[in-house]
Design a protein around this ligand. Structure first.
Ligand SMILES: [Zn+2]
Length: 331
């Protein structure tokens, strides 16, 4: 794949010092706008030679701490305050962000299942392709700010994957600790292909996926965690002055599928635990009620692996296959 074939145009010079607030222009021809485009915001702040960090929000819509943190940073951070380069994509899947939904209303695609993208694909795939080909190669580290969105509530944490390469694992762990979220997870995921995470890791670069809250709301306390974490990361990479504080994060892991529990029927999910509470292996994490059928007993949901409850269902109603609980154990 090559960037020359991409239909995306951007009036950005990645090598120029100063602050540029601009857009990726992604052609989007439709009934109401024959020669129209989706304008995906991109901010580049550069000063001299140093590390390049890419900060991403709005990979999914309906996840608000990331975009707000990065919009505020785009306003306040000045090029003379930094050394190196900060690239900010505050609303990566802009149509999804504007819709307040996880996936794009244009093509129904989840940006974080679309990498490495396609230059001749749909809007989401074209954005992914451009970022993969034109932006990721410039970066030393990528910090992707998510939350649980509408469907999940997550303890505020930052995370990395189990990485086979020892050097990349060490560098990623150092960045994870520097971000200093209250909780840091090393995770195995069961979400399939197409993650931005795998694309960045495959290039041998540092990737962190932060999950800052959820339920489709913006919490002031959790926003502060994201804002502090980004400042700590910029200090860690010596882009802004100062030292990241001594890490106080609690390091945990989610090593296998037994740490996830799913609904097996449609109904109202009653969680038995609050986030942060300890759950034993094999214990019931909640039960599903059937409002249309009072004679039917609630179905109890157990979880194979115990630990601290770090994720729970957001809305009360669940469908078969929905994730309702995630536990983590100390690393
Ligand atoms: Zn997300």
């Amino acid at each position: 794949m090559s960037i020359e074939k991409s239909p995306v145009s951007a009036k950005i010079d990645f090598e120029k010092d100063g602050k540029q607030i601009s857009y990726l222009r992604v052609p989007y021809s439709r009934n109401t706008s024959a020669w129209g485009a989706v304008l995906v915001p991109m901010i580049v702040i550069k000063n001299g030679v140093g590390s390049t960090v890419l900060l991403i929000g709005g990979n999914h819509g309906g996840e608000y701490e990331g975009p707000v943190t990065l919009l505020k940073l785009s306003h306040t951070l000045k090029s003379d305050q930094i050394r190196g380069r900060v690239v900010i994509l505050p609303a990566l899947n802009l149509p999804a962000v504007q819709a307040g939904n996880r996936v794009s209303p244009i093509d129904g695609l989840d940006m974080n299942r679309a990498f490495p993208g396609k230059y001749n694909g749909t809007i989401t795939q074209i954005i992914a392709h451009y970022v993969h080909e034109a932006v990721l190669p410039l970066c030393d580290a990528v910090i992707d700010l998510h939350s649980g969105g509408f469907s999940l509530d997550l303890m505020p944490y930052n995370s990395m994957h189990y990485l086979p390469d020892e050097d990349l694992r060490r560098r990623t762990m150092a960045a994870l600790k520097a971000f200093d979220a209250p909780l840091s997870l090393v995770m195995r995921e069961f979400t399939g292909e197409g993650l931005l995470d795998y694309a960045v890791e495959g290039m041998g670069k540092i990737f962190l996926c932060a999950e800052i809250g959820g339920r489709g709301i913006l919490s002031p306390a959790k926003l502060k965690i994201a804002e502090n974490g980004v400042q700590n990361i910029l200090k860690h990479f010596e882009i802004i002055e100062g030292d990241a504080p001594e890490s106080t994060t609690r390091l945990m892991e989610v090593p296998d599928a037994g740490h996830y529990a799913y609904a097996r029927s449609n109904g109202i999910y009653e969680a038995f635990f609050e986030l942060g509470e300890d759950v034993q292996a094999g214990q019931a994490v909640g039960q599903i009620h059937y409002p249309e059928d009072p004679a039917r007993n609630p179905e109890v949901i157990t979880i194979e692996r115990g630990g601290m409850l770090v994720g729970t269902r957001g809305p009360g109603f669940v469908e078969r296959g929905d994730c309702v609980a995630v536990t983590a154990r100390d690393l």
